[in-house]
Design a protein around this ligand. Structure first.
Ligand code: SF4
Length: 82
């Protein structure tokens, strides 16, 4: 008979965070109305390094990479001003 082994809550939470990353900007600015992602925001810049990286111009930390698929925060502005 197979026995299920469960990890502790912290381990599960850490793994969940890797699978479902959340936008750190949501803590300070809340979520934008609607179902927009950072990839549609005018404040997201693309930079070519060894690999393509994305930076949110509104984040304090220049070093922090950003993700296209993050839920848009309250500072969201549609690319092209629409
Ligand atoms: S300002 Fe734009 S790119 Fe930056 S976190 Fe908010 S929605 Fe995303």
């Amino acid at each position: 008979m197979n026995k299920l082994i469960f990890g502790n809550a912290a381990h599960i939470a850490a793994n969940k965070a890797k699978v479902e990353p959340t936008n750190p900007m949501l803590v300070h600015h809340g979520k934008a109305e609607g179902f927009f992602s950072c990839g549609e925001c005018t404040h997201l810049m693309r930079r070519q390094r060894k690999r393509m990286v994305y930076k949110c111009l509104k984040r304090v930390s220049e070093a922090a990479d950003h993700r296209l698929g993050y839920d848009a925060c309250g500072l969201f502005e549609m690319k092209g001003g629409r």
